[in-house]
Unconditional design. Structure first.
Ligand SMILES: [Zn+2]
Length: 165
């Protein structure tokens, strides 16, 4: 890191400490040339490239706003949503890239939302993937039915002979 005082092309770290719940690290540096001290801050980058081409930092809150809308009236609590937003962030970070497309955020939301609530998932997918017709819904529902769901698998292992009227 270049010294901001004398432009010497090296500096020495004299102190490091985590800040902001450990999501950032602040370092105190000293220039071996002029002896001045200065601070730097290190953050794990995760920026979202919007459709307009502008970038903004990833926001769990924005994920929550979108998903909350899809979950209106569904038996989903706020803790579930917070956990979902966390999983979305982890998915995006696990790509190892500093930037993700807005599209990828939408994709990262779909899988955990499907596990959480299938109706909310359909609502979200219908907007996000531009469902245009009943056939689109039918196709998606057929896919959902074909998917092994952990909760369903548990309850269907005990088959009862009579169906609900
Ligand atoms: Zn210097």
């Amino acid at each position: 890191m270049i010294c901001p005082f004398c432009r010497h092309d090296d500096s020495r770290v004299v102190d490091s400490r985590p800040v902001e719940d450990g999501t950032q690290i602040r370092r105190r540096r000293e220039c071996p040339e002029c002896g001045q001290r200065f601070s730097t801050q290190e953050v794990a980058l995760l920026n979202i490239i919007k459709r307009s081409g502008a970038t903004e930092p990833f926001s769990r809150e924005k994920v929550l706003v979108g998903v909350r809308k899809a979950c209106q009236g569904r038996p989903v609590n706020e803790d579930d949503l917070v956990l979902l937003a966390q999983r979305v962030e982890e998915t995006l970070r696990s790509t190892g890239q500093a930037e993700s497309e807005a599209q990828e955020v939408g994709m990262a939301i779909l899988a955990p939302l499907r596990e959480l609530d299938e109706v909310a998932y359909l609502r979200y997918a219908s907007v996000y993937r531009n469902f245009a017709s009943l056939e689109d819904f039918e196709g998606e529902i057929a896919l959902l039915r074909a998917l092994p769901s952990s909760t369903k698998a548990a309850s269907s292992s005990k088959k009862s002979p009579e169906n609900k009227a």
